[in-house]
Design a protein around this ligand. Structure first.
Ligand code: CAA
Length: 259
């Protein structure tokens, strides 16, 4: 499928989504958000895709929501724009496939926020993270006040959001915002290797892990554990559980069928 601001490529079982507005450092305008919405639906409906990598074209990952578009919005329009971004990011976060953000450069505002809607973040040494919104007279609007606190804790989230300061990849690693930091030229290989590792496991199990973790993080421990028991039980209704365990017992390679 062809888009103006997003490239969707398939590489075997892995999809690579590249946000492609390099002249605006991949800033997210409504048009790009709407394209991303379609991309996520496309990924959801493609049974061949078992893992997704999200990255940015050029020197930035995503330098935020599009300031040019936001500049003259009134309160009603601003709210609408925020709701659009949040809807798309939540759809990405709840996509039943793992998503790795390969953060190649600036991940600011909406860029930091979209990386946090992904399951895993791998950062290039050149990446920079931040929530600069308060310096523009706004709050983060695509989930930053919520996902950043959940990822790095309330104290650090408040520091980053109130000060609007930018941090480098090593600091992002130290505070738990990213999983790994790699040399810029190794970024995509590293992301692909991790995506392949994930795609080699039982897809239904991986999908259920994602939803158990995501749902469980939002509720009390008893409800959360109940989600896990439900997911665990569901696996035993799959062919892949029989295959995985039989292959182990028979000391042979497994062959998962996503069933
Ligand atoms: N929106 C629109 N355009 C943007 C943009 C953004 N968020 N970020 C960069 N651009 C544009 C610049 O205006 C510039 O365009 P022109 O060439 O037409 O002038 C082009 O991208 C290149 O940018 P710079 O010349 O500024 O590049 P630089 O290397 O000197 O600086 C930067 C890089 C520090 C990332 C700087 O571009 C910057 O500070 N960008 C804005 C970052 C930001 O504040 N993001 C948060 C946006 S608000 C938000 O995201 C709200 C939300 O939560 C939903």
């Amino acid at each position: 499928m062809e888009f103006k601001n997003v490239i969707l490529e398939k590489n075997g079982n892995i999809a690579i989504v590249t946000i492609n507005r390099p002249n605006a450092l991949n800033a997210l305008n409504s048009e790009t958000l709407k394209e991303l919405d379609i991309v996520v639906d496309t990924l959801a409906n493609d049974d061949e895709i078992l893992a997704v990598i999200l990255t940015g074209a050029g020197k930035a990952f995503v330098a935020g929501a599009d300031i040019t578009e936001m500049k003259d919005l009134n309160a009603v329009q601003g709210r609408k724009f925020g709701i659009l971004g949040n809807k798309v990011f939540r759809k990405l976060e709840t996509l039943e496939k793992p998503v790795i953000a390969a953060v190649n450069g600036f991940a600011l505002g909406g860029g930091c926020e979209i990386s946090m809607a992904c399951d895993i973040r791998i950062a290039s040494k050149k990446a920079k993270f931040g929530q600069p919104e308060s310096g523009l007279g706004i709050t983060p609007g695509f989930g930053g006040t919520q996902r950043l606190s959940r990822l790095v804790g309330m104290g650090m989230a408040k520091q980053l959001i109130y000060t609007a300061e930018m941090i480098n990849a090593d600091e992002a690693l130290r505070i738990g915002l990213v999983n790994k930091v790699v040399e810029p030229e190794k970024l995509m290989d590293e992301a692909k290797e991790m995506a392949k590792k994930i795609a080699n496991n039982a897809p239904i199990a991986v999908k259920l892990c994602k939803s158990a973790i995501n749902k469980g993080m939002q509720c009390d421990i008893d409800t959360a554990i109940a989600y896990e028991s439900e997911a665990f039980g569901e696996c035993f209704a799959t062919e892949d559980q029989k295959e995985g365990m039989t292959a182990f017992v028979e000391k042979r390679d497994k062959c998962f069928k996503n069933r």
